[in-house]
Design a protein. Structure first.
Length: 298
């Protein structure tokens, strides 16, 4: 790993393990500039654990293993203790980066002074075809009766890039996501670590905190990544997926958001989050025999 690197890549689990090898090898194949890399392995199955151990020896990156599952913000905070560069770039283990992605993110941060920079996010294959999001809206609205609501909207979600009628260019935005995300280490010096009690809308929380500190969030569309949805039927993926999107973690996150931003109990965004989690969790059938008692129903 180069001593001239300006960015440390924090490679962390998001909701599955089956794309770990492909995702990591794509980072090394498609990233030109020097970088450091810290990989967090949170309870991966033996075949992934063994691969990461071998890859760490061969490529020289820092590998930290936790035997228990981690939600992403817990894993990201472990990365921070090992960052000695100006920027940290969190990359989920189910993402394929496009060539030139890292240089573009760093260049945007340098030229704008942004504390947070996100790329164009695509979803599913073929790569860089269908948008997942391209920036968005994220702020708190206070109504005349004193109640408060989180407003979050993703621009151009699930739209094919070829059919988009607007040109995407670098711009300040209110929202990006953690699939891949550059953060200036100055942000953590000022704000402290990421909130470990959030497994939902942790991207919104970071963007709100950064903008409240008077700093900016930018979209850099010359950088692109593609999120790969989980592979249905994979037993190891199913176990982690059900933990990651469990009702217990969802309610903990919602309660934390409500406390942190004084949100109404009836906040439509929180109602929507519950619905989204329930829908997303249903995509990966659970294996009831392994679920902790607190997560079983019936």
């Amino acid at each position: 790993m180069s001593t001239h690197a300006r960015a440390t890549i924090g490679f962390v689990p998001r909701e599955a393990f089956s794309q770990t090898k492909r995702s990591l090898e794509t980072i090394y194949a498609r990233t030109k500039g020097p970088f450091e890399l810290v990989c967090i392995d949170g309870g991966s199955p033996p075949i992934v654990k063994q691969y990461l151990e071998q890859a760490s020896r061969e490529k020289g990156f820092v590998l930290l293993r936790a035997d228990d599952y981690l939600v992403p913000n817990q894993a990201r905070n472990l990365v921070l203790d090992h960052v000695n560069t100006e920027y940290v770039v969190f990359v989920d283990n189910d993402v394929l980066v496009a060539p030139g992605w890292l240089d573009a993110l760093v260049r945007c941060a340098d030229e704008t002074g942004a504390w947070v920079v996100g790329p164009l996010y695509f979803e599913s294959e073929p790569e860089c075809t269908r948008l997942h999001m391209a920036g968005g809206i994220c702020h708190i609205v206070q109504f005349p009766d004193g109640s408060r609501s989180l407003v979050e909207k993703h621009y151009h979600a699930h739209v094919k890039l070829a059919s988009l009628e607007v040109e995407l260019s670098r711009r300040e935005t209110e929202l990006i996501e953690f699939h891949t995300l550059l953060v200036s280490m100055q942000a953590f010096d000022k704000l402290g670590p990421l909130d470990p009690n959030l497994s939902l809308s942790e991207h919104a929380d970071l963007c709100l905190q950064v903008r409240a500190a008077g700093k900016s969030v930018f979209l850099e569309p010359t950088a692109a990544v593609t999120y790969l949805p989980p592979m249905l039927g994979n037993r190891s993926d199913s176990k982690y997926f059900q933990f990651r999107w469990s009702e217990e973690w969802a309610e903990r996150s919602i309660a934390r958001l409500q406390e942190k931003y004084q949100l109404s109990e009836a906040d439509p965004e929180m109602v929507g989050l519950r619905g989204w989690v329930n829908h997303h969790r249903s995509r990966m059938p659970s294996n009831r025999w392994w679920l902790p008692k607190i997560m079983r129903r019936g």
